[in-house]
Design a protein around this ligand. Structure first.
Ligand code: ADP
Length: 838
């Protein structure tokens, strides 16, 4: 009797799994996780073996047709994770498995042809083409189909090969090609002796020849650098040549090291410490707890996630690096998630320089081939430290000992564009649990749901209360570049203490009253002027989300809200009306302010272009750069803009998303937030939280050098807790107040949500489908889940997307996903734990 297997086919929208049998030649080769080709209807499709079954569910099974690779494509923990995700996100298993396979894997397979040596081959019985193939294999040994193609150009030989195979003369099997690319490596030079030993060399160099002076110059130059140097830089700086370096290497005074490089716009501008520094007291305290968890986990104990909560510059990354080191020493591997690779060059570089040759970087700009190669190298265990965005979580990193999620509050971890709609942090936590790894979540501004888990739930909570801000050598480097003496307070060990930047909150209502109608307050205007005079740099930040969408009074700050559920109403230009996106309430735009009677009731909104234009008028000589969705559309644009700004080709950077962590731009001494309130009034339960996070992160951008720095927050709502807490860098104050609102209004963590969205090009059809679904759901709630509440149907806040009308229904309750589990909604987007309701 053949073996039977359960297969998940790799087709979207197919949730069921199917049973097949193994033909004789595959018996013993197929394993759980193997990638295979199976017949499916009239197609041949890719699938993954989920397991073996005793008795198939159908009488007549079809055979597995091909095994694509001897090695399973999915590790057992990946399979378990895919199954967990399918259950958790109410998505077809195939789409979850699809996340774990590199795109185009099936098309990549090649056929390996070998001669069956033990068969007696009667050459005379062979047709001419058969003879050619056999002879080729006799001469060359096993060949891949692509190699045979190269030998038998313009010959159709595949049919002939099939005949040979049927006759038992050759055998064929599918193989995956070898990866082609490795990481980019360059050779750099380091001093091989302690710097203090250099002067001693003058003794044997008493015959002062020019060569010796040059070489001594190289050693002195290297001794004064904080990192490894490229040979080219040494030639330029010292006048030495290739022969000099070779001679110094031969006498063991310098050494060449191969280091992995990453395209970094800030390279040579920033100091990347390459050794593990001595930890500060706070870090040591945190480290003891982390190390204890790692030890538990290495000993086979299950551990709970650790939330590492500390402001930017408090030393979290140093702890990640140490945790990685510890698990590597124990022979395990690590995955490091960062929000977006192109925005975190310094973090990537730190991992590369600490773990040379061991780091793999996954990012969105990899070509299909590069992605495949990385996937293969990870599967072979060649990249024990893997850094990337959320997709890195799905790489076949076996023997996983550690997952780090840096900036764990970040929205980019949540997949919202396509199925499966998953939450990255939750998935990372599940992945750690399934593979017995420790998970370390770091943020200065965790989501309140995450913080709640850490203080009330089972997570471990570690606080890093103080800013380290910088390695002392980094500040020395900046000071040297800026031509300053060093007015820096030394911190503990090798750290330098710069303190937090001063934040001032400017009330824009008073500006208006004082007759200033500009988008720049007098204070921000003066601050920009000062920066320009001193030849320093400024960042002006504009929160793009939700601009120009709500109506408020410019005299008193009053925002027009829904009388039923207190959400800000959204302005719709098309009908010049206001709409509540929670309950559907509509009204006209008021002519006078209902609160103060003022007549300046307007919609709010300013774009980056507008800011640029205003700056140009006010400061015609200043150069500005825009960094927003529009200017970063092209490949490599982030690097270009950031590089150009850090090389001082512009004075002012106007941006919407430069919130990446760790951007160390020492000349930036001013951060201005054009309007802190934007985003605050979006009809979404996470709107306040997002605004707080963004403001706190932006405020951390200033004052990262001996030049110091300040932040100016402009707002119409200076009293709002999100704004005042961000201005004081006070997470706790924000959290306490936010939790009061979440509890009162019944939002997570006090309830769970499911969002169902329907899209259609025809407005009436979209509405109609949404209403019918709501009726069904409402009946279902009455029947099986009376504690669930339904909100909607209503048009979504962004009511049209790519020409389609969007409607949504929100379910809220202790576990609203449960009642949907057995159902299928093929035309709907169903999001469990939505991270946005817009
Ligand atoms: P975070 O990840 O919290 O933003 P980092 O780990 O990046 O913090 O630390 C901020 C800066 O301080 C970095 O420049 C880092 O090199 C430096 N630093 C961190 N820990 C130490 C330490 N123990 N000794 C010296 N410098 C340190």
């Amino acid at each position: 009797m053949p073996s039977f297997v359960e297969v998940a086919v790799n087709l979207p929208q197919i949730s069921e799994t199917y049973h097949y049998h193994l033909p004789d030649e595959l018996e013993g080769h197929v394993q759980v996780g193997s990638l295979v080709i199976v017949p499916f209807g009239h197609q041949r499709v890719q699938g993954v073996i989920l397991g073996f079954v005793q008795i198939p569910e159908v009488a007549q099974t079809r055979p597995v047709e091909e095994l694509l690779d001897e090695k399973p494509a999915l590790t057992p923990s990946q399979l378990a994770l895919a199954q967990w995700m399918a259950e958790e996100t109410l998505s077809p298993l195939g789409t979850c498995i699809g996340l774990m396979l590199p795109p185009g894997l099936g098309q990549r397979t090649d056929t390996l042809v070998s001669l069956n040596r033990d068969e007696e081959i009667d050459q005379n019985a062979l047709a001419p083409l058969e003879k050619r193939i056999v002879r080729l294999l006799q001469q060359r040994g096993d060949l891949r189909a692509r190699q045979i193609d190269a030998h038998l150009r313009h010959v159709t030989w595949r049919g002939t090969l099939k005949k040979l195979s049927r006759a038992g003369i050759v055998s064929t099997r599918s193989v995956l090609p070898e990866p082609r690319v490795g990481p980019k490596m360059v050779r750099k030079v380091a001093l091989a002796i302690p710097p203090d030993n250099i002067p001693l060399l003058e003794v044997p160099l008493s015959r002062v020849e020019r060569v010796h002076v040059r070489r001594l110059g190289v050693l002195t130059f290297l001794a004064n650098q904080s990192g490894l140097m490229k040979p080219g830089e040494i030639y330029i700086q010292t006048g030495a040549n290739y022969g000099d370096l070779k001679a110094l290497e031969a006498t063991n005074l310098i050494e060449y090291r191969r280091v992995q490089v990453w395209r970094d716009p800030l390279a040579d501008r920033t100091f990347i410490p390459k050794d593990f520094p001595q930890l500060t007291r706070d870090q040591t305290h945190a480290w003891h707890q982390i190390a204890a968890r790692i030890a538990d986990s290495l000993g086979g104990q299950a551990t709970q996630p650790i939330l590492l909560h500390g402001v930017t510059g408090s030393g979290k990354t140093e702890l990640y690096l140490r945790a990685v080191k510890t698990v590597l020493e124990a022979g395990r591997r690590a995955i490091i998630l960062v929000p977006e690779i192109s925005l975190t060059p310094q973090t990537v570089q730190r991992f590369l320089s600490r773990f040379p040759g061991k780091v793999g970087v996954v990012h969105s700009q990899l070509s299909e081939g590069e992605r495949y190669d990385t996937w293969r190298r990870v599967r072979r265990g060649e990249l024990p430290v893997l850094i990337g965005p959320r997709s890195a979580l799905f790489m076949p990193q076996e023997n996983l000992g550690l997952i780090v999620v840096d900036e764990c509050h970040h929205d980019s971890y949540d997949q919202q564009e396509s199925q499966p709609y998953y939450r990255g942090v939750k998935t990372a936590v599940a992945s750690a649990r399934l593979s017995g790894a420790v998970i370390l979540l770091g943020s200065a501004t965790p989501r309140v749901t995450q913080y709640y888990q850490a203080v009330h739930g089972s997570w471990t909570h570690i606080e890093l209360p103080r800013r380290i801000l910088a390695h002392r050598d980094a500040i020395a480097l900046h000071a040297q570049r800026l031509g300053m003496s060093l007015p820096v307070k030394a911190g503990e060990g090798q750290t330098a203490d710069l303190g937090l930047p001063e934040v001032s909150v400017v009330d824009m209502r008073q500006e208006l009253q004082a007759g200033n109608r500009s988008i720049l307050s007098r204070e921000l205007h003066a601050a920009i002027e000062e920066v320009l005079e001193r030849g320093q740099q400024a960042i002006l930040f504009l929160n793009r989300r939700g601009s120009a969408t709500y109506i408020f009074c410019r005299d008193c700050g009053y925002v027009v809200r829904c009388p039923r559920d207190d959400k800000p109403l959204t302005y719709h230009r098309s009908e010049n009306g206001l709409l509540c996106h929670t309950c559907g309430y509509r009204r006209q735009v008021p002519v006078t302010c209902p609160q103060c009677g003022g007549r300046r009731i307007r919609q709010l909104g300013t774009g980056t272009e507008k800011v640029e234009q205003v700056l140009h008028e006010l400061f015609p000589r200043a150069k500005s750069l825009r960094w927003d969705a529009e200017t970063t559309r092209k490949k490599g644009a982030h690097q270009r803009i950031l590089g150009s700004f850090s090389h001082q080709e512009a004075d002012i950077l106007i941006g919407t998303q430069m919130l990446a962590k760790g951007l160390d731009l020492p000349l930036v001494t001013l951060v201005g937030v054009i309007l802190a309130d934007i985003g605050l009034n979006l009809p979404d339960f996470r709107a306040t939280e997002r605004t707080f996070q963004v403001l706190t992160q932006v405020a951390g951008r200033a004052g990262r050098s001996p030049l110091g720095g300040r932040v100016v927050l402009q707002t119409y709502m200076p009293g709002h807790y999100a704004i005042s807490a961000a201005a004081r860098h006070d997470f706790n104050a924000f959290y306490q107040q936010e939790m009061v609102y979440r509890r009162d209004l019944g939002y997570p963590p006090f309830t769970c949500l499911v969002r169902l969205e329907y899209r259609h090009y025809d407005a009436a059809k979209a509405e109609d489908s949404a209403r019918r679904m709501a009726e069904q759901l409402s009946a279902l709630i009455d029947e099986v889940s009376p504690q669930t509440e339904m909100i909607g149907p209503v048009p979504c806040f962004f009511s049209r997307l790519s020409g389609q009308y969007r409607w949504q229904i929100i379910l809220r309750g202790p576990n609203p996903a449960d009642m949907l589990r057995a159902l299928r909604f093929p035309d709907w987007i169903v999001e469990v734990d939505p991270s946005s309701l817009l």
